[in-house]
Design a protein around this ligand. Structure first.
Ligand SMILES: Cc1ncc(COP(=O)(O)O)c(C=O)c1O
Length: 334
């Protein structure tokens, strides 16, 4: 039986209407409706960019879903924020996370007075389960069967969010094609990683169309600039997707090379298997390695304060020559 999505939503937001955009970007004539500046700029940035339908359609095709099953967000970070705001009542509800994992689930929950649980325990008020697959910073994926089971088990209770920021680097199947089967399933995708557009701040929240409609109501009006929309359109055209696949292949080759090279170093204790564009590495002395790399102009991510990740650093896969520079520095470390 299909769960009533409305029942998940904070009661005071159930009847919130989305901001109504009364103008399409192709509307011409004398535009005196939005209190903009009348002096037209070449890039039209004096106007609010109010029509995202072309980019929405292009990304929907890319992800193999319908246009009403996707909400464009300012990075998947904003998707996380919107989900917590729509479903969780401050000082009452909770989210469930599986540490070590991406820090922003906790950040946005804390920002709104939402409890963060690390085990299901006996909390009746868990409204969202955040799964990160491939997981940042460990690089492992959650098996689709496990996700289906969770969606079923939580069907009447909570939303299951699968953050697929790194899915393009993985052999695990994306969950986007299961949103109709599981109305409490939400998938987060982003242009920041494999598409190489982190500075653009463009992500996508993919879910059952009814859920997308509710989420649209909590999204700020005119979230994207004209330039962002244009750049995202250009970068996700079919021809660019071919180039993207080539880059992903390069990262995967380099990941394998780095895995082997790092494993052979005497300062390294363990290299975690990864399905993303980074490797989690346990060193004999992570603080020392971090400092040495910094002295040599190489920035790594210190995750050693995360639970269970003592002496671990996260290393993004770079260009071949960048990776080689890192290995050369690490060869001199013990
Ligand atoms: C797992 C995960 N989700 C989401 C994000 C945020 O991505 P975006 O740039 O789309 O906000 C990141 C960024 O590092 C991430 O690692």
């Amino acid at each position: 039986m299909m769960p009533d999505i409305r029942a998940f939503i904070r009661p005071e937001l159930r009847d919130l209407k989305p901001y109504v955009n009364l103008r399409q970007s192709h509307d011409l004539g004398i535009l005196l409706d939005l209190n903009e500046s009348p002096w037209d700029r070449e890039d039209k940035s004096n106007r609010y960019h109010s029509d995202f339908s072309a980019l929405t359609a292009q990304l929907a095709t890319l992800y193999g879903i319908a246009s009403d099953e996707i909400l464009l967000t300012r990075g998947s970070d904003e998707g996380i924020d919107l989900l917590i705001r729509l479903f969780c009542r401050p000082y009452y509800d909770a989210i469930l996370i599986c540490p070590p994992t991406f820090s922003m689930y906790r950040f946005y929950a804390k920002l709104q007075g939402i409890t963060v649980m690390e085990t299901p325990g006996d909390c009746e008020n868990i409204k969202i389960l955040f799964l990160c697959s491939p997981n940042n910073p460990t690089g492992h994926t959650t098996a689709p069967d496990e996700i289906f089971e969770l969606c079923q088990k939580l069907a009447e209770k909570a939303i299951v969010v699968v953050d697929e920021a790194y899915i393009e680097f993985s052999t695990t199947e994306s969950m986007t094609s299961y949103i109709q089967r599981y109305p409490n399933l939400v998938v987060l995708r982003t242009l920041s990683k494999a598409f190489g557009l982190a500075g653009l701040r463009c992500g996508a929240l993919i879910a059952h169309k009814q859920l997308v409609q509710y989420l649209r109501a909590v999204l700020a009006p005119y979230p994207f600039s004209t330039a962002t929309i244009q750049a995202a359109m250009d970068a996700t055209k079919p021809a660019c997707v071919v180039a993207l696949k080539e880059r992903v292949r390069c990262i995967l080759t380099q990941r394998k090379i780095m895995q082997t090279a790092l494993t052979a170093l005497c300062c390294v204790k363990k290299v975690w298997p990864s399905e993303a564009n980074f490797l989690l590495v346990e060193f004999n002395d992570a603080k020392k390695i971090y400092a040495t790399c910094l002295e040599n102009g190489i920035r790594l991510r210190d995750v050693s304060n995360e639970p269970g990740l003592e002496n671990c650093l996260r290393i993004s896969i770079g260009l071949p020559e960048q990776n080689e520079s890192l290995i050369n520095v690490l060869r001199k470390c013990v």
